[in-house]
Design a protein around this ligand. Structure first.
Ligand SMILES: Nc1ncnc2c1ncn2[C@@H]1O[C@H](COP(=O)(O)OP(=O)(O)OP(=O)(O)O)[C@@H](O)[C@H]1O
Length: 225
C-alpha cells in the first residue's frame, strides 16, 4: 500500500514537534527517515500509527485517511510499528509473544520463523533471556504476524553489534522484496543506504533533504527536491 503524508503537524501538550511533514512511500518500496536526536523521527512514526494525534494534515494509506483514527483501527488497516527499544515482555517466552500477536493472514508463525530462524531456536526463552538482536527479531516477528501492509521500524539497529545490525538490515531488505511498504527510521545514512530506495532528512520537524540511495553512496545522493 502507498503511504502519503501531507502537511502533518503534531506534538505534545503545548509544543509542536512536526511542522508540516510531506512524504510518500510507494507500495513495495522502502523510505528511510534520517535525522539527529530529537528531530521528530519517533514522533512521525507514532503519528502515522495513531499513538500521537495529528493536529492537522493528512496521512493516507492507498487513499484511505488514517489521521484522526484511533491506533487500533490504524493497526487493523494494515500499519504495524516496530518500536524503538523493542518492547518485548521480560517474562513471556518467544512462543507466547508470537501467539499473542498472531492474526490470520499470509504471515504465519512458520513463515516468520523461516525468515527469522534464530527465533525458532529460542522459542522457549523468555524476553529477558534474549540478546538485543534476538529481541529485535522478535519485535519484527510480532509486527509481521499482525499482517501489515505498511511496516514502521524505529531505529531497529540501535545498540546492536555490527553483525547483528547487518542481519536486521538483511531482514528489512527481504521484507521489501515481499512487497511490503517500509518506513525505516535510522540514525546512520550508510545503514539506510543498504536497505532503502530513498531517504529523507528530518530536522526540527521539517524535511530538509530528499534523496535517492544510489550505489555510489549517500554522500552523493541525487537530490530531487
Ligand atoms: N511524550 C513526549 N512528551 C513531550 N515531548 C516529547 C515526547 N516525546 C518526544 N518529545 C519531544 O519531541 C521532540 C522530538 O522527539 P522524537 O523522539 O520524536 O525525536 P527523534 O528524532 O525520534 O529522536 P531520537 O533519535 O533521540 O529517538 C523532542 O524534543 C522530545 O523531547
Amino acid at each position: 500500500m502507498t503511504l502519503t503524508i501531507e502537511g502533518v503537524h503534531a506534538g505534545y501538550g503545548g509544543g509542536t514537534v512536526l511542522h508540516g511533514v510531506d512524504l510518500t512511500v510507494p507500495e513495495g518500496t522502502a523510505l528511510a527517515v534520517l535525522g539527529m536526536n530529537g528531530a521528530g523521527k519517533t514522533t512521525l512514526v507514532h503519528t502515522i500509527a495513531g499513538l500521537v494525534k495529528a493536529r492537522s494534515g493528512s496521512i493516507r494509506l492507498d487513499g484511505a485517511e488514517l489521521a484522526g483514527r484511533p491506533a487500533h483501527r490504524i493497526a487493523r488497516a494494515g500499519v504495524a510499528l516496530v518500536p524503538q527499544g523493542r518492547r518485548v515482555f521480560a517474562s513471556l517466552t518467544v512462543a507466547e509473544h508470537l501467539g499473542l500477536s498472531r492474526r490470520k493472514g499470509e504471515w504465519t508463525v512458520p513463515r516468520v520463523l523461516e525468515l527469522l530462524p534464530r527465533l525458532g531456536e529460542r522459542r522457549t526463552h523468555r524476553g529477558n533471556q534474549l540478546s538485543g538482536g534476538e529481541a529485535q527479531m522478535l519485535a519484527i516477528a510480532r509486527a509481521l504476524l499482525t499482517q501489515p501492509r505498511l511496516l514502521l521500524l524505529d531505529e531497529p539497529c540501535e545498540g546492536l553489534a555490527v553483525d547483528l545490525a547487518a542481519r536486521v538490515r538483511g531482514v528489512v531488505a527481504e521484507l521489501t522484496r515481499t512487497g511490503l511498504t517500509v518506513l525505516l527510521v535510522e540514525q546512520q545514512p550508510e545503514h539506510a543506504r543498504a536497505v532503502t530506495d530513498r531517504l529523507v532528512v528530518l530536522s526540527n520537524g521539517v524535511i530538509t533533504e530528499r534523496g535517492e540511495t544510489s550505489t555510489e553512496g549517500v554522500s552523493e545522493i541525487s537530490m530531487f527536491r
